[in-house]
Design a protein around this ligand. Structure first.
Ligand code: NI
Length: 174
């Protein structure tokens, strides 16, 4: 297992649409192992493969409360089949947009279909934090970030802040 580098805004790869996994290969298993190690190290509660630069439809999550036993959930080719309930605001963050948090309203209930690492298909109904987390991660697979739900003003302010930071990093590195 290895910790992989997490892509950070304004990296253009974060806007890529990820491709479905056709077959669970050794590379996919290694990718999933590395994604868990990267997510727990960060720490975070969800990670999409594109966030480590791999444009495949693979998501890992663990929304268990801190200090509780781990509840890892691996979702290959996840699909949101249905969203229900009046949207509820929740303060979201993202490992690709470090130290920035803002409220996003999403429907509280989701029916999700996904494949596990054994190639079995599952359909689950989720709510609460896990629902928010899965909706956020599936957005990543479609090249969408949580700041895309904010006003154009807020969004451009966040993006320009990260562009400035990237320029500064490049300058210091050169
Ligand atoms: Ni994210």
């Amino acid at each position: 297992m290895a910790i992989r580098e997490i892509l950070v805004l304004p990296d253009k790869r974060l806007y890529e649409v990820s491709k479905p996994v056709a077959e669970i290969t050794a590379e996919i298993r290694t990718l999933v192992d590395d994604m868990y190690e990267t997510m727990y190290d960060a720490p975070g509660i969800g990670l999409a493969a594109i966030q480590v630069g791999v444009p495949m439809r693979v998501v890992v999550t663990d929304c268990s409360p801190r200090d509780d036993e781990a509840e890892p959930l691996t979702l290959i080719n996840p699909e949101i089949l249905e969203l229900t309930g009046d949207p509820v605001p929740y303060e979201e963050g993202c490992l690709s947009i470090p130290d920035y948090y803002d409220e996003v309203s999403r429907p509280p209930n989701a029916r999700v279909r996904y494949m596990d690492l054994d190639g079995e298909t599952h359909e689950i109904d989720v709510d609460g934090l896990l629902s928010t987390c899965i909706q956020h991660e599936v957005d990543h697979l479609d090249g969408k970030l949580f700041i895309d739900y904010l006003s154009a003003f807020k969004r451009s302010r966040v993006v320009s802040k990260f562009k400035k930071q990237a320029r500064l990093r490049d300058k210091l590195a050169s």
